[in-house]
Design a protein around this ligand. Sequence first.
Ligand SMILES: Cc1cc2nc3c(=O)[nH]c(=O)nc-3n(C[C@H](O)[C@H](O)[C@H](O)COP(=O)(O)OP(=O)(O)OC[C@H]3O[C@@H](n4cnc5c(N)ncnc54)[C@H](O)[C@@H]3O)c2cc1C
Length: 419
Amino acid sequence: MSAGRQIVVVGGGAAGIIAAWRAASLGADVLLLEKGRRLGTKILISGGGKCNVTHAGRLEDIRKAFRPNEAAFLKPSFYKFTNTDFTDLLEADGLRLYTRPDGRIFPIPPADAKDVVAVLEGLVRSAGVTVRFDAAVEGIEAAGGAVTGVRLDGEVIPAGRVVLATGGSSYPATGCTGDGWRWCEALGHTIVRLCAALAPLYLDPSPPESFNGVALRDCVLRARRVHPDGNTGKERMRWRGDMVFTYKGVSGPVALGVSREIAEALPEGSTVEADFLPDESVEALSERLSRWSRENPRKGLAAFVETVAAQSLSSAILASAGVGADVKGAYLTARERNRLAATLKGWSLGRVRAIPLERGEVVAGGVALGEVDPKTMRSRNVRGLWLCGEILDIAGPVGGYNLQAAWSTGYVAGDDAAS
Ligand SMILES: Cc1cc2nc3c(=O)[nH]c(=O)nc-3n(C[C@H](O)[C@H](O)[C@H](O)COP(=O)(O)OP(=O)(O)OC[C@H]3O[C@@H](n4cnc5c(N)ncnc54)[C@H](O)[C@@H]3O)c2cc1C
């Protein structure tokens, strides 16, 4: 190896794979160190094993799915290695992809995440990257403000250029245990407070057992503040999509979508409520309910609720609205009607008890973006150090955004480290 061109990439996940491939493609000698026994363990479980590889559409729109400071940071890398650059890479290797109506891009079944990883492995191998598995790096060596090596198995591998791509700390069984953050902190980087993002919500009280697995389609989940006096206050966040009850609370895209704001607000509490009919106002719904009651005088109100929500939820919804399960259309009072309409527009699911960081698709927080050059992914604090992927303080929504951030920042890091 020509020592000057040697690059050590730590972490064989989405960002590390692309960084290693790009650097080796430019002629650098690249050593990729991965803690686990295979590459892309988290990619394998992404999108429920189907792998939502990226998001379709204009880069500006994709960028704006992130918070403004994250979007600004990602701009140079998104334009340097775009969503179509990545899909072209997969398709050039014969993997066929399709775009869902919501813009999410997946391999065409039966192809799945395994095939995505297989393509990436092929790229890494053919570029000549040396890959070491079971290589749990223990730390980064630095002297005089510059990286000098990587500590592994009690020894130091000398290296003047190190790309850190150790990811976050959710799903620790994938090898992601936040190691990179500890090293970066020791090297003087600021680690922005870590908290759960894209994680399920645990509720108090837990939902009744009979709700477990029950789904709500195209609802809006609203999170509200809870004041110290216990009263519910201003809306904190809302998300539209599907939701599913679990034993401990709620999961699915809407729960994941509101989780970061709730977690960031802790210790201040939050409640969540479901709007079953996001496109209908409470007044229009009350009017529809009134018409339904006239047309169905002998039917119980559960029949109406079941047109909107799963059958297994109807008696709980009626109870929340204070409407007897046996009340027939003909006997529904105006007050009951308005209460039921209001409940269907904001059914309180309870207070958020916990948001398990380790169960999140990503972790919010990480290395402060101001300390990394977005055009190169170089650390501004330590020479010879590049940072990419989830180790950075970036957390996009569900939809292929997070992997795109890993592909793009990984590409830029590998490109610059090899230059
Ligand atoms: C269940 C789940 C589903 C997801 N689905 C999607 C999806 O469909 N679409 C999407 O865009 N995003 C999805 N994500 C998020 C996405 O997987 C991550 O954003 C992305 O993998 C981050 O890439 P990364 O390279 O930064 O980290 P990772 O892919 O997590 O890779 C980090 C690698 O570093 C290695 N490592 C850690 N410490 C060390 C060490 N000390 N020494 C050596 N190696 C080390 C780890 O073993 C790991 O292989 C999902 C995440 C989860 C958990």
